[in-house]
Design a protein around this ligand. Structure first.
Ligand SMILES: [Zn+2]
Length: 152
């Protein structure tokens, strides 16, 4: 077996993983900084997603149908989100903080914003069922959305 840090062949105990304490601490340091790089990259992408959604929606707007291409052009990454919900129809919404998005078809994304006012939240900070139901009810009153749902 070779040293995990410098790849030098190891002598002695078979369970040995490093030449010495210097290699051991250098390796752990590198692992830790790789972890924090990943964490900050994910955080950065979540914040970027949130920024993109908030710029697309006017400040008084709670829902909008956007083109998927526009989101992608602006650097949105669909795989980064903070929580997910399925509405009564089985449509999956992913959220980046207070903004949610769901694919209506291959080109159209429904965007929603949770009300800023304090909502009923459970321990995990996720909107409770009643919040989700209320949001769903609001949602279907939107004529644009009703038009689009027929496509599905
Ligand atoms: Zn070494």
């Amino acid at each position: 077996m070779d040293c995990l840090h410098c790849s030098a062949p190891l002598k002695g105990r078979r369970s040995k993983k490093f030449c010495d304490d210097n290699c051991r601490s250098a390796w752990h340091y590198r692992q830790k900084s790789n972890d924090s790089t990943l964490v900050s990259q994910v955080n950065e992408q979540l914040l970027q997603n949130r920024r993109i959604l908030s710029r697309l929606m006017a400040c008084n707007q709670n829902m909008l149908v956007a083109n998927k291409a526009i989101l992608l052009d602006r650097g949105f990454h669909f795989q980064f989100h903070t929580e997910s919900h399925i509405d009564d129809r089985g449509l999956t919404f992913h959220f980046c903080y207070e903004f949610g998005y769901a694919a209506l078809d291959k080109d159209h994304i429904q965007l929603i914003r949770l009300p800023a006012a304090a909502e009923n939240k459970n321990r995990t900070g996720m909107p409770t069922r009643s919040t989700a139901q209320k949001r769903t009810a609001d949602f279907y009153e939107n004529a644009i959305l009703r038009g689009l749902t027929k496509i599905r």
